[in-house]
Structure formats: structure tokens, C-alpha cells
Design a protein around this ligand. Structure first.
Ligand SMILES: Cc1ncc(COP(=O)(O)O)c(C=O)c1O
Length: 423
């Protein structure tokens, strides 16, 4: 194992030893005034793979040449396109391919999963979520509960950060699950918190949920393509994610959902549409819904092939690079980031990201935060500012280098030194 030094030479040596560095070139990096910017916003919108254009053009060409026949014609027929996505996604999420469906958008899929998995019975009605969950999750859960005729104030119970704003620990989540016990119908949490970057130990949360008899589901928007997941073996009931962050599927990309195979043939309630019908029966236009028998039976409408093409371009890079290789690089990048962060005197900001995390790190500023953010941005670092006082920064193993991370911390140190001295 290499010992780190806080020097550009060390960063360059790390890059030199990195077998995945070449994938940086598989992406379009933003440019301003002829200068490449350093992109640390994979937690928001992943970069565009260079192959995306070709992938879309291939579909446009099929449409041009064969019209609707493209759904059925050749090895690249559109009916089979779904499988090109489910196989790599299964590897990334630790699922079986038939437990994955690629459909809709994230918030829509949360609603569809609520239809299937929120099954209040007797006193078992409550849903446990984080009070600092992404707002769309809160809206989806509360509005769904209202739709069921219940009062969200009585049904939705929240896990809060402590008085200093420190996120709940995994232990506190598990304790809350046991505390609500027989009153709990569902646990629905973000795998990685969008604001703090905190990663929960999803396996232990799934186990605790099962112990008390609650259904467990995760919003993996910030986890998929970012951290190791093992949804099938962890016995998670369902999960959903968007594909525009670490999966680089493009703005408004086609989202994904995992539904554990144990539910596929059960009597579960499900909203249905013709695209969920078994493929060889779909075009027989029968009166009755004949389920595809797997996660795709949750799909309602015709597959948006152009969106599939965008996601496919990115997933091919994941497959080529190897998911486990990417996770190893990410681990090293986390160590590098933690090492460089520790070298900055910590009197201007507080790291609010716990040790267990993926790519993202969030720094909370007591003062001058917006000014630090602006100066970093002006120096070419694309990071983001979250009101009221947080900078989020996410170096991604697929397209960031150790040198870029070094430059970022070097600039951050210079800027914070200057602002502290000038105060
Ligand atoms: C954790 C989380 N949940 C839900 C959403 C909403 O996703 P969508 O707009 O794709 O429905 C986002 C969007 O960034 C998110 O980060």
C-alpha cells in the first residue's frame, strides 16, 4: 500500500498507477474559455459519455430505416434493449437481472412502489423515513399516505439529526426500527443522503426491518453506481433510483427499480399497463393482464428507446472498467481525499459527512462559505453549493483523477487561509 504525501508528485504517481485513468477520456468534460473545467458533480448530473451521441444515432438510424419494425428486427431489436441495461445494472446493484426494471423517473417509481409495498394492516401502519430525506421522497410518501385516506402526521415517523445537526447514526436508525416495532409497515430511506453524503449500512437496516415485520425499501439516487450494493442477498423488498447522477444517463434519464424476486409471483397489488405483459403475449392484445413474471411487470408504458440508448452508452463503460475495479479505485480516492482534507486547518468548515460514505463529501461553513464556493468555481472547479452553508464535492472514479483532487484541496487550503487571515 502506498503512503500518501501531500504533493503534486504523489498525486501524479497515483494517477500513473491507476489502470482506470484512461476512462476519464471516455467522457466529455465541460470547457470554458478553452479551458477544461474540473468536474466534481457526479452526485448531481454525471458527465456525458463520448459514446452517447453514437448510441442515440444508432436508434435514430433504426427508426429511419425500419420504422416500427425496429422493435422486432435484428440482434439490436428494441424489444430486447431492456436486457442490455438490466444485466449491467444487476451487477451494480447486486441484484438478479430479472429483479431490475428500467422505467419512468425516480419519484414516479417511488409512487408505484408505494402502491405495491405500503400495506397497512391493523396497528401496523407507520412509515419510517429520515427528516432530512430529499424533499421529493417526503412529498411522495406524505401524498401517498393522504391518497390512502390517512393523516401523514400520524403515519409518517421521522429520524432526526441531533441538536448540532449531526446525522443519525446507523445504530439510531436500527433503534428507531425496533422502537416502532409492530407499528411499522414500511422503512423507506435514502441509501446515501443527498445533503450529507452519509451512507447507511443498508444490510443491517434491511435485517432489522425484517425482524420487526416491516417492508424495507431504499431510494438509491445517490447510491447506485457509487457504492457497493447487494440488494438481493440483503433481502431488500424494493429500491428505486435515478440514472442521471453516478450512472451518467443524461438529464431526466430513464430511472430504475429493483423488486425482490420473492414478490414477482405473489399476490402483490400493482398498477398495470400493457408493457408489463409477458413479451410474447403483449401484442396479442388480450383482455386479461398476463404478467411478465418478473420486475418488468411493473413497467406500464412503451420503453423510451432513445433514453435507453443514453444509459446504455454509460453502462458499457461500467462493464468495460469493471464494477469491482471502480469500487477499489473509489476506496483509494476516499483515503486520498480524507488524507488531503486532514491537512487543512479545520477552523473554517466542518466536515458533515460521516466516515461511511461514497464519493461525496460535504463541508459546512460557519462563515464565508459562499465566497469560498465562488472562488473555487472561478478557478474552474465545478462543485455545488447547498443552502444555507454547505459545499458538496464528489470525485468520481470513472472520470476524475487523483491530481484533480489534489488541485482542489490545494486551492481550498489557499482560499480558506486567505479568508481566515483577512477576517
Ligand atoms: C435522493 C433523491 N430522491 C429523489 C430525487 C428526485 O428525482 P426525480 O426528479 O428523478 O424524480 C432526487 C433528485 O435529485 C434525489 O436526489
Amino acid at each position: 500500500m502506498m503512503t500518501f504525501a501531500n504533493t503534486l508528485d504523489c498525486a501524479a504517481a497515483l494517477d500513473q498507477q491507476d489502470p482506470l485513468l484512461k476512462y476519464r477520456d471516455a467522457f466529455m468534460h465541460p470547457i470554458e474559455n478553452n479551458r477544461e473545467r474540473t468536474y466534481f458533480l457526479g452526485n448531481s448530473l454525471g458527465l456525458q459519455p463520448k459514446k452517447t451521441m453514437d448510441s442515440i444515432q444508432q436508434v435514430l438510424k433504426q427508426w429511419q430505416q425500419d420504422g416500427v419494425e425496429s422493435f422486432f428486427k435484428g440482434d439490436d431489436n428494441w424489444l430486447a434493449y431492456h436486457r442490455k441495461l438490466t444485466n449491467p445494472l444487476a451487477a451494480i446493484t447486486g441484484a438478479l437481472p430479472h429483479e431490475i426494471t428500467v422505467m419512468n423517473q425516480l419519484t414516479v417509481n417511488i409512487h408505484l412502489m408505494m402502491v405495491s409495498f405500503y400495506r397497512p394492516e391493523g396497528r401496523r401502519k407507520k412509515i419510517l423515513i429520515e427528516s432530512k430525506a430529499f424533499p421529493s421522497d417526503q412529498y411522495a410518501v406524505s401524498s401517498f399516505v393522504r391518497h390512502m385516506g390517512f393523516n401523514p402526521d400520524e403515519i409518517v415517523v421521522e429520524i432526526n439529526p441531533d441538536a448540532e445537526g449531526v446525522p443519525p447514526t446507523n445504530r439510531q436508525v436500527i433503534d428507531a426500527i425496533h422502537q416502532y416495532g409492530n407499528d411499522l409497515a414500511m422503512v423507506f430511506l435514502g441509501g446515501v443522503n443527498y445533503y450529507t453524503g452519509q451512507l447507511f449500512d443498508l444490510h443491517s437496516i434491511a435485517t432489522a426491518s425484517r425482524e420487526v415485520g416491516a417492508v424495507v425499501g431504499f431510494d438509491l439516487a445517490h447510491a447506485v453506481g457509487n457504492v457497493k450494493l447487494n440488494l438481493h442477498d440483503w433481502d431488500v423488498d424494493f429500491a428505486c433510483w435515478c440514472s442521471y447522477k453516478y450512472l451518467n444517463g443524461g438529464p431526466g434519464a430513464i430511472a430504475g427499480a429493483f423488486i425482490h424476486e420473492k414478490h414477482h409471483l405473489s399476490e402483490i397489488n400493482r398498477l398495470e399497463g400493457w408493457w408489463g405483459v409477458k413479451q410474447d403475449e403483449r401484442f396479442l392484445m388480450k383482455r386479461n393482464f398476463i404478467s411478465s413474471g418478473d420486475a418488468t411487470s411493473w413497467q406500464l408504458s412503451t420503453s423510451p428507446i432513445l433514453l435507453f440508448a443514453c444509459l446504455h452508452a454509460s453502462l458499457q463503460i461500467f462493464e468495460d472498467a469493471g464494477w469491482n475495479n471502480l469500487l477499489s479505485k473509489q476506496q483509494k480516492m476516499i483515503e486520498w481525499t480524507d488524507f488531503l482534507l486532514a491537512s487543512i486547518p479545520n477552523n473554517v468548515f466542518k466536515r458533515i459527512t460521516p466516515q461511511l460514505r461514497g464519493c461525496q463529501i460535504s463541508l459546512q461553513f460557519q462563515k464565508n462559505g459562499k465566497e469560498v464556493y465562488k472562488r473555487l468555481f472561478d478557478q474552474g472547479f465545478m462543485i455545488d453549493w447547498r443552502e444555507p452553508d454547505v459545499i458538496r464535492f464528489a470525485p468520481v472514479p470513472l472520470y476524475n483523477s487523483y491530481t484533480e483532487i489534489w488541485h482542489f484541496f490545494n486551492s481550498l487550503r489557499e482560499i480558506t487561509n486567505e479568508l481566515t487571515l483577512n477576517d
